[in-house]
Write a protein that binds this ligand. Structure first.
Ligand code: CTP
Ligand code: CA
Length: 232
């Protein structure tokens, strides 16, 4: 048990975490999805709970057990996630957008299973943009709510990776942006993670690597340091 957990430095705070990956249906049996397991988001929800917060977890297609002691709201698509998240975020002290949200969804969902044609040689799907949920929260009034975004990037160059993170933090109006390198074997289902947290002035506030639980506590250490004591 870390010192932070023992002192309950998130007691009395309401923390909303999105985790997992959205799925966008094509027809009754198929969807467009991504490889996010939800483990890092769950680790953050669990750590926030352990530090005394009241936690709402907006869970998108989790492949792992739901944490104890959290208000869990199950969603599947980006639009469902948006609805639950915006609802839960009202008046929250912290919102952590750890979920991998589909940038696009099929323009139409077929009522029947899509059948292939004996003569076709391929299929073109028409996709439309999903709303950017974090950018929407960042653009709306959110006094007293600290917004934490994630950026999953495949960029291997460290400086360029940080620049992508800085650009995303600004574009979305987030207070903190957690940059996470992903690849075919890094990040997603892994039990260990390595992240860099970028703060409001574009500086690196902290770096952490290790278990997703220890990374979660390192991220929450930064969150606690940025929370407004007067609002408490
Ligand atoms: N995000 C969101 N709504 C979306 C897409 C992303 O809220 N429709 C959030 C993610 O949950 C994450 C952050 O925005 O906290 C960054 O997501 P990411 O996919 O890395 O960035 P994008 O802005 O979608 O850019 P791109 O995928 O093109 O790199
Ligand atoms: Ca994206």
């Amino acid at each position: 048990v870390s010192a932070a957990r023992a002192t309950g430095d998130l007691a009395g705070r309401r923390v909303v975490v999105s985790a997992g990956g959205t799925r966008e249906p094509l027809d009754p049996v198929r969807f467009l999805g991504n490889r996010s397991s939800g483990k890092q988001g769950i680790a953050i929800a669990e750590a926030a709970r352990a530090r005394g917060a009241e936690v709402t977890l907006v869970a998108a297609n989790l492949e792992v057990p739901r944490p104890e002691g959290c208000d869990v709201r199950e969603v599947s698509t980006a639009l469902e996630l948006q609805r639950e998240l915006v609802d839960a975020a009202a008046g929250a002290d912290v919102v952590v957008m750890a979920a991998a949200v589909a940038d696009y969804r099929p323009a139409a969902v077929s009522e029947q299973k899509i059948k292939k044609d004996a003569s076709d040689s391929g299929l073109t799907l028409e996709l439309v943009r999903n709303p950017d949920i974090l950018a929407g929260l960042g653009a709306a009034p959110h006094d007293g709510t600290l917004l934490v975004g994630f950026a999953a990037e495949t960029e291997s160059d460290e400086e360029r990776l940080l620049e992508l993170g800085r650009g995303k933090r600004r574009a979305k109006g987030a207070d903190l942006l957690v940059v996470n390198r992903v690849g075919w074997s890094e990040g997603f289902a892994a039990d260990d993670n390595r992240v860099v947290v970028i703060g409001p002035d574009d500086a690196v506030v902290t770096q952490a690597h290790g278990s997703k639980a220890s990374v979660a506590d390192a991220i929450l250490d930064v969150v606690v340091s940025k929370l407004n004591p007067a609002a408490h």
